[in-house]
Write a protein that binds this ligand. Structure first.
Ligand SMILES: C[C@](O)(CO)[C@H](O)COP(=O)(O)OP(=O)(O)OC[C@H]1O[C@@H](n2ccc(N)nc2=O)[C@H](O)[C@@H]1O
Ligand SMILES: Nc1ncnc2c1ncn2[C@@H]1O[C@H](COP(=O)(O)OP(=O)(O)OP(=O)(O)O)[C@@H](O)[C@H]1O
Length: 285
């Protein structure tokens, strides 16, 4: 039996730099992986099966459509292996929330089954398979601070990266990534790429300030309450910057120390609207 954590993904900025002929968008994004995660447990078995538990188990669609099972079936066919597995997914992260939950789960499944089934695919091989299921899967397979580009397949790790704390707030409204990209109108200049091999937290936060998330405006058309969430985060003492992650609707605030981030969690939980999910976590190199 192998247990693996599937960490949330946050896009600290996300610039859309172009569009491919097939409709997929070219991106440049700094991704990090806060210590908030789903959990995958896999045991060897004859068939492939999945059980979903945890606070957000009921938010996912059918088991057959779960990215965990899709990843397992794909790995099985790509490796032509005759094996099964019993998989349990503890779903702790909100679904369709812009923090990569499904992609993180699929990435963890590929990694664990590659080991459990003795397949020995390389990281690049797993990444190529993962990309066919979701553009965020290569980044989630890498799992460390990185600049993501292309449609998500190009991952460039950062050599130096400081530690900080992140506040995550989701209003409970799920967002379709496809819908948000479809609403996007590409206009204006893309801010120049920064150097994010930052030694200090202050340098990192300062470098992020002129950046943006180009998906915020289209996501706010679908979920207007994102504006209220961002304001509520910005009001918190010690919050350096607030922004939306991925295609939304989860928004984040950046803090230098854990005390300020935890105080913000308490303050927001005390006054939150029903259904708001509020968490804080460390982010590190
Ligand atoms: C927004 C991000 O979360 C940023 O990290 C990702 O780009 C989205 O990754 P994902 O959820 O794994 O996305 P996918 O499941 O591959 O794609 C969902 C839909 O989003 C659109 N899509 C996705 C990624 C991308 N680079 N360009 C796109 O236009 C496509 O319409 C696609 O059909
Ligand atoms: N294991 C899974 N966890 C979450 N969602 C899943 C899973 N498997 C399939 N899905 C489906 O995938 C869709 C997107 O969910 P997910 O939570 O990955 O979105 P997201 O957080 O917006 O991801 P991203 O940040 O990569 O765009 C949902 O419609 C959900 O029903």
């Amino acid at each position: 039996m192998i247990t693996a954590i599937a960490r949330s993904k946050v896009n600290l900025y996300l610039h859309v730099t172009g569009k491919r002929a097939d409709g997929y968008h070219l991106l440049e994004s700094l991704v990090v992986f806060p210590e908030l995660s789903d959990r995958i447990t896999i045991r060897k078995g004859k068939e492939l099966s999945l059980e979903v538990t945890g606070p957000f188990a009921d938010s996912i669609g059918s088991t057959e459509e779960n990215l965990v099972l899709k990843a397992a079936h794909l790995l099985k066919s790509e490796s032509r292996i005759d094996a099964g597995a019993h998989i349990t997914l503890e779903k702790n992260l909100p679904v369709a929330a812009g923090i990569g939950g499904g992609s993180a789960d699929a990435a963890a499944t590929l990694r664990v089954l590659n080991q459990l089934w003795d397949i020995d695919f390389s990281d690049d091989g797993l990444s190529r398979i993962g990309l066919t299921l979701g553009a965020d899967i290569p980044a989630c397979l890498y799992g460390k601070p990185a600049i993501m580009s292309g449609i998500g397949e190009r991952i460039s790790g950062l050599q130096k990266f400081p530690k900080f704390h992140i506040l995550l707030v989701n209003s409970g409204h799920s967002v379709s990534t496809r819908d948000v990209f479809n609403r996007l109108r590409i206009t204006g200049e893309v801010p120049p790429a920064g150097d994010f091999n930052a030694a200090t937290t202050r340098d990192l936060f300062a470098g992020l300030t002129p950046m943006r998330n180009d998906l915020e405006m289209p996501a706010r058309e679908v979920v207007p309450v994102i504006g209220e969430v961002l304001s509520a985060i910005r009001e918190q003492k010690g919050c350096y910057l607030a922004r939306m992650s991925g295609s939304g609707a989860t928004c984040f605030g950046l803090f230098e120390d854990s005390e300020a981030a935890e105080a913000a969690v308490h303050a927001l939980r005390a006054r939150r609207r029903p259904g708001w999910w509020v968490q804080a976590a460390a982010v590190g190199p």
